[in-house]
Design a binder for this molecule. Sequence first.
Ligand SMILES: [Zn+2]
Length: 478
Amino acid sequence: MAISSSSTRTAALVMALSVSVPGLFAQTPVKLPKNRYTPQQDVQLGREAAAEIRKQYPIIEDPQITRYLTGLGDRLVAAAPPALKESVYEYSFTPVNLTEINAFALPGGPMFVHRGMFDAAAAEGEVAGVMAHELSHVLLRHGTANASKAQNPWLQLGQLAGALGGAVVGGAAGSAISQGTEFGLGTLLLRYSRDFEKQADLLGAQIMARAGYDPRALARMFETIERESKTSGGSGPQWMSSHPNPGNRTVYITREAETLAIAAPADERGFRPAKAAFAALPAAKSMSDLARAGGEDGSGGGEAPRSVGTPGEPVPAPSSQFRNISGGKVFQADVPSNWTSLPAKSTMKVVPQNGYGQLNGQAVFSHGVEFGITKAGSRDLQDATNVWLKAVSQNNPDLRMAGEQRAIRISQRSALATQLVNPSPLGGRERIGVYTTFLVDGTLFYYLTIVPDSDAPAFQDTFRRIAESLRLTDAGNR
Ligand SMILES: [Zn+2]
């Protein structure tokens, strides 16, 4: 999808939309910020990230809890300003068995609510308040509005939906992704400015009132979170780092509440039974449990933030189901649905279980594909490719070309295919395919496949299918 094509429509939207629902009360108008993405792109980003999260988070499957949470979410959506509800949005409300007081919503609608939020809430209104705040981030499209502000063109790759999912999970320990890379969900898409926070509080308060909750419950929940983050040192900070307190929260939420007519009180009878159902679940995990389970490479730098399983363990066959990943302005491709995206600063690996991780203190990448961009050392494609391969071989001294380089096409552009062999970190030999072309701005783009000799037959069709689906989107509509 070409991101640049949407700018005209978005600009018109921004001018037309100053949401103030006509009424008797002087509620604070909340504006949709500038955004150069389309609502459809919000949906795509959120959908992809939600899929990653569902794979890695302890999702609660209890039907009673799910029904209760969905009912609560639907009530809030029904109370939201129609002008902000894009018809493409896909709202979902998923409970997760995590201890931290947290909830987060992805662009386009998927929302995840930690069990810890329920455990800490004294009444339904407090949970509803946080959910209304999260829903407001969705409706105001704060994630992609943040991404729209990014100046560095390289951030495009960081806007991969995979980056979103990877960052939520990888950021679990508050480590690599939040501090080391510029792309994480934490820093780009889900870490909101104080201004956006205040907007989400105000719109959230308005939604609460229309749904039959006193917005002051939201202020109370925030006070609980602040208190927790000071005392426990563990459960509140995650929320605090992505939703910074704009200051005087209780004061302005209370003031907003005074301007609002609260609709007929919501039926809160489901709250206690839901709490009881949570209490009957297996013990909740913490985010650091999750990070440990997912593995950590501890590099903290531009490298992918985590392991996918354990290198050396058997690698399952690629799924015959594919999902589309989109690299912001750079590329789109189909990848097996059972592979995991590992976005980093200028690369994105997509790997099967046990295909990437730590082995004997070294980061090992034995199976999968990588997309990336790198500064071209020449205007000639073969020269530029070979300069880059030479740099790669510094860390892989036994890397050898296998046969002649071939001219191919990627997305209708002249491209070059290079086959390489290298000792596999798992023993034996591995095959590496490298496919390079220039982006419109002269940057070298590559698609790389890697597999040990022994597994090569099982991966061949998958690599070909990915290559065939690969489309470069950096030229906009041209
Ligand atoms: Zn927020």
